[in-house]
Design a binder for this molecule. Sequence first.
Ligand SMILES: *[C@@H]1O[C@H](CO)[C@@H](O)[C@H](O)[C@H]1NC(C)=O
Length: 65
Amino acid sequence: MFNAEDPYRFFTWNVTYGDIYPTGIHQQGILINGHFPGPEIYSVTNDNLIINVFNNLPEPFLISW
Ligand SMILES: *[C@@H]1O[C@H](CO)[C@@H](O)[C@H](O)[C@H]1NC(C)=O
């Protein structure tokens, strides 16, 4: 439930393409704030998370949790 009395945590995620080396071999990957994999979110139960996502890919991008 979205409860205004619980703490808010704000994040800005900038989504871009970039070079990744997940197996030591170069690939193009999707970066969040220049990193792959993306950032961890530290939060506790009932926190309200506000995540502003800027899609800088040349195509639509879907995030789900
Ligand atoms: C996202 O990153 C790109 C590439 O570094 C940069 O050009 C752009 O200004 C950034 N956008 C935001 C909203 O931070």
